[in-house]
Design a protein around this ligand. Structure first.
Ligand code: HPA
Ligand code: ZN
Length: 326
């Protein structure tokens, strides 16, 4: 069997996926028509052509503008449902999905609207094909910690639907230490913790995420290689890294995919995983990210199997459910 076929056939988990980053240009276009939102594009093709980025911020500007078409419960249902159907096609049996509540509450779209749309789609996928989903509520780090604390309070009626807390958006200038108190509160409430760190930001931000936020997993984290002591700690403690190769290429975190360090980190014994981040914006869902590793970095079958096993090991599934896959 070819490696491409094996990538498709193996049951996989995805641990780093922003649901707002799975908004397909066609759905974006349809929802803009539905709600009469004016877009700076004349058609779906023009939306696709706008997806060229030079940095994290240049992407985030378009990503937040895109999310502005999400208005009612059914919009959030459609968004979640189309990603979950894609999971079925790609044999992603478990996904830990991030959502950005502040992107919506800031526009006066309340928790009740997006949470019920998400829940309706998730329940259907669970029932129809046994899909397993956990939700990660992410705070926007370009906003204040007080805003994150308010958001944590607003989410109270939905705590049983949320498994973990995350931290995303513009990294540079917004270090993890800015969110130490809200992460401590979330931990006391029993949430698992993740944070984007060491994507564009320096390795110091990874130290802070580990030492000050007490995270269970690092999103991206590819810059841990710049600090030997950090690299050793991440390996010793087996702190998982949710790496997103196509995202790193599209946001110019690496100049060329041939230079990506994911297989080097894997071979050095780190618990690295492959993920798609914002698949519609970065040119590929999960399987495409694995395929790129084969085509550009010469990933072999052993490495592929390790990466896939890691996706379950690093997940927040309970030990019994994990044991089924690893
Ligand atoms: N980094 C930071 N924030 C984000 C990302 C990302 O890759 N995707 C969506 N929000
Ligand atoms: Zn991300």
């Amino acid at each position: 069997m070819s490696l491409t076929q094996l990538i498709k056939n193996l049951p996989k988990a995805e641990l780093h996926l922003h649901i707002e980053g799975s908004l397909e240009p066609r759905l974006l276009w349809e929802l803009a028509q539905k709600h009469q939102v004016k877009l700076p594009y004349q058609n779906v093709r023009e939306i696709e052509q706008a997806y060229q980025f030079s940095s994290l911020q240049s992407f985030l500007d378009i990503y937040y503008a895109g999310a502005n078409v999400l208005r009612d419960e059914d919009d959030f249902y459609q968004l979640m449902w189309s990603y979950l159907c894609r999971c079925r096609e790609e044999n992603i049996v478990h996904s830990e999905i991030m959502f950005d509540p502040q992107t919506h509450t800031q526009r006066d779209v309340p928790f009740s609207v997006f949470m019920s749309g998400f829940e309706r789609a998730i329940r259907r996928a669970e029932k129809e094909w046994g899909m397993s989903v956990l939700l990660i509520m992410s705070f926007l780090r370009h906003l204040s910690e007080a805003d994150a604390i308010d958001t944590l309070l607003l989410a109270k009626p939905y705590y049983d639907k949320i498994h973990a807390i995350g931290l995303d958006s513009s990294e540079l200038g917004h270090p993890p230490e800015k969110f130490e108190r809200v992460f401590a509160k979330a931990s006391a409430l029993g949430f698992k913790l993740v944070a984007h760190a060491g994507e564009e930001g320096p390795s110091e931000y990874i130290w802070q995420a580990i030492n000050l936020l007490n995270i269970d997993r690092i999103d991206h984290g590819v810059r841990c290689e710049e600090d030997d002591a950090l690299l050793a700690l991440v390996r010793e403690r087996q702190i998982p890294l949710t790496v997103c190769p196509l995202s790193n290429l599209k946001l110019c975190v690496v100049d060329d995919i041939n230079q990506h360090n994911i297989l080097r980190l894997l071979d050095a014994g780190l618990l690295v995983t492959v993920n798609s981040d914002d698949p519609t914006y970065f040119g590929g869902y999960l399987n495409r990210n694995y395929e790129v590793l084969e085509a550009s970095l010469g990933m072999n079958e052993k490495q592929l199997r390790e990466l896939v096993t890691n996706s379950f090991k690093a997940s927040f599934l309970e030990e019994g459910a994990k044991a089924h896959w690893v």
